[in-house]
Design a protein around this ligand. Structure first.
Ligand code: PMP
Length: 417
């Protein structure tokens, strides 16, 4: 008899029977409020009827239409629909399956387009688990430790983490941009630098919104030096932050957008978008993959974008996010172990710290675990594991937000005193 590998580390013992909207119905008969959404994936809630119908219909037509062999209608439709949400000028889309693969695709594109070797990523960034993507990832040593050497040609620059440094945002941005300039002057010259890669909100690295001034600073430097600015929207994109793209908060336009997770409500599909000119600098056939741009996932993606628009889910993410944030802010004063509350839209978090301000991972884990008997599912994150992230579906209701806050408060009372 085979068993599942202990390599898998699970945050909860829950075994799902079925799920609908914000709720997971487990085999133990319990009904859990799911504020994990499969790590920010089930954007339209579990099993949205339109997404299920689109996938069902497509399964009966063709499941695997391998896209380097034959093209299929759902991918053409998804590309057209996605075009409505992409910034003007980013009119060329390449598909893969996972976020990590799309990150790797963006690195290859930046290298091929510039003829330069190096990529600069930022402390706390999470870009995936494959070797190339892990090389860019510094959201915790658990994503790197023990399987070096990773990909070469990667440099990591400081992120403007105001809370951790005890600075105001402006000071943190100024520091991080100066450090970046220093790196470009001393380690990786612009002539050797193909791209910057950054999340608009650090995800696994602690749910820290990237200050607008920092993204603007990167844009300026990318323009000045011909460096490709890659924004990794895998977790923050597709409405999660209350704007369609996380970088919209900074008013910049990236050269490459990476998207995955919420794009198809749980069906695996990812993409990179760039200008036709930039994409044209990579030779045809330089990228691909057996399962890339799967037909059922693409059909689910088309349905996802349609319901996000029809049901005003981006706006809902903003309004419900404010309600969630107000509730979390009010808890901050009540529990001394809460050091910081932050996030954007429905990407909110609570950081736990000891009295001296050092990260308190034990309390974060205890609260996450104490939420399980309250039938609330949560995840931790951050390099120190001391942050709880709260990721409801984009169509979460006001009542569900309040129910989540009540359950979270109960878990805090059990574990964070
Ligand atoms: N980039 C970001 C910002 C992510 O949050 C993730 C997944 N957590 C990835 C890339 C990697 O995606 P995947 O797990 O689908 O490979």
């Amino acid at each position: 008899m085979a068993t599942l590998s202990p390599i898998l580390k699970q945050a909860t013992p829950v075994i799902v029977d079925h799920a609908l909207g914000s709720w997971i119905y487990a085999t133990d008969g319990k009904k859990y409020l799911d504020f994990t959404t499969g790590i920010g994936v089930t954007s339209t809630g579990h099993c949205h009827p339109d997404v299920v119908a689109a996938a069902r219909e497509q399964v009966g037509k063709i499941v695997h239409a391998q896209y380097t062999t034959v093209m299929h209608k759902p991918l053409l439709e998804l590309t057209e629909r996605l075009g409505d949400f992409l910034p003007s000028g980013l009119d060329s889309v390449f598909y893969a399956t996972s976020g990590s693969e799309a990150v790797e695709a963006s690195v290859r594109l930046a290298r091929m387009a510039t003829g330069r070797p190096n990529i600069i990523s930022f402390h706390g960034g999470f870009h995936g688990r494959t070797v190339g993507a892990a090389s860019l990832t510094t959201a915790g040593t658990k994503f790197r430790s023990g399987f070096s050497p990773l990909m070469s040609g990667v440099h990591i620059a400081p992120f403007p983490h105001a809370y951790r440094y005890g600075w105001d945002e402006e000071t943190a941005v100024d520091f991080a941009l100066k450090e970046l300039d220093q790196l470009l002057a001393s380690i990786s010259s612009p002539a050797d630098t193909a791209g910057f890669i950054i999340e608009p909100v650090l995800g696994d690295g602690g749910y820290i919104p990237t200050p607008a001034g920092f993204l603007q600073g990167l844009r300026e430097r990318a323009d000045k030096h011909g460096i490709v600015l890659i924004v990794d929207e895998v977790q923050a994109g597709v409405g999660r932050t209350g704007k369609f793209w996380g970088h919209n908060w900074a008013g910049i336009t990236p050269d490459v957008i990476i998207t995955a997770k919420g794009l198809a409500s749980g069906f695996p599909i990812s993409a990179i978008a760039a200008s036709t000119e930039l994409m044209g600098k990579a030779w045809p056939g330089s990228q691909g993959g057996t399962y890339g741009g799967n037909a059922v996932a693409a059909a689910a993606g088309v349905a996802t974008l349609a319901v996000i628009e029809r049901e005003n889910m981006v706006q809902n993410a903003l309004v419900r996010g404010d309600e969630l944030r107000a509730g979390l802010d009010s808890l901050k004063g009540q529990f001394a172990t809460i050091g910081d509350v932050r996030g954007r839209g429905l990407m909110q978090s609570v950081e736990f710290t000891a009295a001296d301000g050092t990260p308190d991972a034990a309390t974060a884990l205890a609260v996450q675990q104490a939420a399980i008997p309250e039938e609330l599912l949560l995840l931790t994150c951050g390099p120190h594991g001391n942050v709880i992230r709260i990721i409801p579906p984009l169509n979460v209701s006001s009542d569900e937000i309040q129910a989540g806050l009540t359950r979270f408060t109960q878990a805090l009372k059990t574990a964070a005193v």
